[in-house]
Ligand binder design. Structure first.
Ligand code: GP9
Ligand code: MN
Length: 423
């Protein structure tokens, strides 16, 4: 009802982080490219194999080139909706559901998502994904988000050598995407969903010369290194294509890991990977870190240590594009704002900040991993996390955005969008 939405509005106003004038509008009018890095965890950045070889030399170079923002305390906040939950977080700055996938269960809701917002500013929006459009109900949900175009498997050469479990391998995927990307009217807002670094990670031998890991008898963990290396190489190739066709200099590029790739079932091997005696609760929380990179042409970057999660990216991006988010209902905090809140919650109610990590209702020192002495002193953290998740769940479960009109935003009609496939 309208009183529910008023509560949310008040919460939102109290938690809004104003744009940083040093960055506000610095990317105004530029194209946007998001790249979802399948199952890619942050521990891989700068990771070296026992023989000294870097696993992801291209991403490592972005992390350290000084021209790209690299966030090294950034967390996934997904639930059972996996890749699609990450998409939902990034484009709505709302949390996904505690059970099931919001893309499937809440596809008829009203949203005020980034593609719709930018569509009203003259942007063309498109998704590129080498899997069939019905997966995660994307073909329905993307209409509610306001996506103009959806280049799904029907647009790609899905012959056997090009595909691996869920669809296109990253190299042919990016290669075949280029002409479609170049055909879009600019400015564009686009999302690329990579696929080949997906569980169980095993590669076709002809696609890699990179050595598998040798961390005991867990093939999933061992294969993860090869597969991540392949994705890194595919990204380098994509960036080279963007530089060659001139798009690189007029495009904001955001790369993010969608969620963990190695679940707790692999903790024995992961202890070997990380060189620790065992995976403690705080190390397990840190394993939920995914990398976030933001490249803005003409803006200096560098390594950023503030804590945040996928929910925080939308205000960060919109502020870079010169769109103040104060009139939108969102739960994130601009990562580049001076008022950035510097913490992240998980969908299961856990919490991380520079000092305190909460796991299953217990509070730990983030740096030492020790249980904190006076547990009761941290109850307010738990309350804060619960309140925020409840608030977001109300918006989604009660479809509250129906009752809310952001200033300057026209409601969209999902039926105006159609994804008919290639001619
Ligand atoms: C398939 C892709 C699968 O389209 O989203 O990845 P998942 O969601 O299982 O991580
Ligand atoms: Mn995924």
């Amino acid at each position: 009802s309208s009183s529910d939405i008023t509560n949310v509005e008040n919460y939102r106003k109290a938690n809004y982080a104003a744009p940083n004038p040093a960055y506000f509008g610095k990317a105004k009018g530029m194209n946007v490219i998001y790249v979802s890095l399948e199952s890619f965890q942050n521990f891989m950045i700068d990771y070296k194999m026992p023989n000294g070889q870097e696993v992801t030399p291209f991403l490592d170079s972005l992390a350290h080139d000084g021209n790209t923002f690299y966030f090294d305390n950034f967390y996934h906040q997904t639930g059972q909706g996996k890749t699609s939950d990450a998409e939902f977080l990034m484009e709505n700055s709302l949390y996904p559901l505690s059970q099931g996938a919001v893309f499937i269960n809440k596809d008829q809701n009203t949203y005020q998502a980034t593609p719709a917002i930018l569509g009203q500013q003259g942007y063309t929006s498109a998704v590129f994904h080498g899997n069939y459009k019905t997966f995660w109900n994307r073909n329905v949900m993307y209409k509610a988000l306001g996506y103009d175009k959806f280049f799904d498997a029907g647009y790609y050469d899905m012959s056997p050598g090009n595909i691996k479990n869920y669809g296109m391998k990253d190299k042919p995927y990016f290669q075949e995407s280029m002409p479609m990307l170049e055909s879009l009217k600019q400015p564009f807002y686009t999302k690329f969903i990579t696929l080949s670094n997906h569980f169980p990670f095993e590669m076709d031998p002809q696609d890699t010369t990179f050595p598998a890991g040798n961390f005991g008898d867990d093939p999933v963990v061992n294969d993860y290194f090869q597969s991540a290396h392949y994705m890194d190489d595919a990204l380098k190739q994509f960036f080279d294509s963007l530089k060659a066709d001139g798009l690189y200099d007029k495009t904001v590029i955001i790369l993010y890991g969608d969620h963990y790739g190695l679940s707790e079932n692999h903790n024995a091997a992961m202890a070997k990977v990380l060189g620790v005696p065992k995976i403690t609760p705080t190390i397990n929380a840190q394993l939920q870190e995914v990398p976030l990179f933001i490249h803005v042409p003409g803006v200096k970057g560098g390594v950023q240590h503030q804590y945040g999660g996928e929910v925080d990216v939308r205000p960060t991006l919109l502020h870079l594009l010169g769109i103040d988010t104060k009139d939108y209902i969102e739960f994130g905090s601009d990562l580049l704002s001076k008022e950035n809140r510097n913490w992240a919650l998980f969908r299961n109610g856990d919490y991380v900040s520079p000092q305190v990590t909460e796991v299953s209702g217990k509070f730990y020192n983030t740096n030492t991993g020790d249980l904190l002495p006076n547990q009761n002193a941290y109850k307010s953290i738990n309350d804060k996390v619960t309140a925020e998740l409840q608030m977001s769940d109300q918006v989604v479960n009660k479809d509250l955005l129906r009752f809310y009109s952001p200033k300057g935003f026209k409601p969209i009609n999902p039926n105006d969008y159609q994804y008919l496939g290639p001619k």
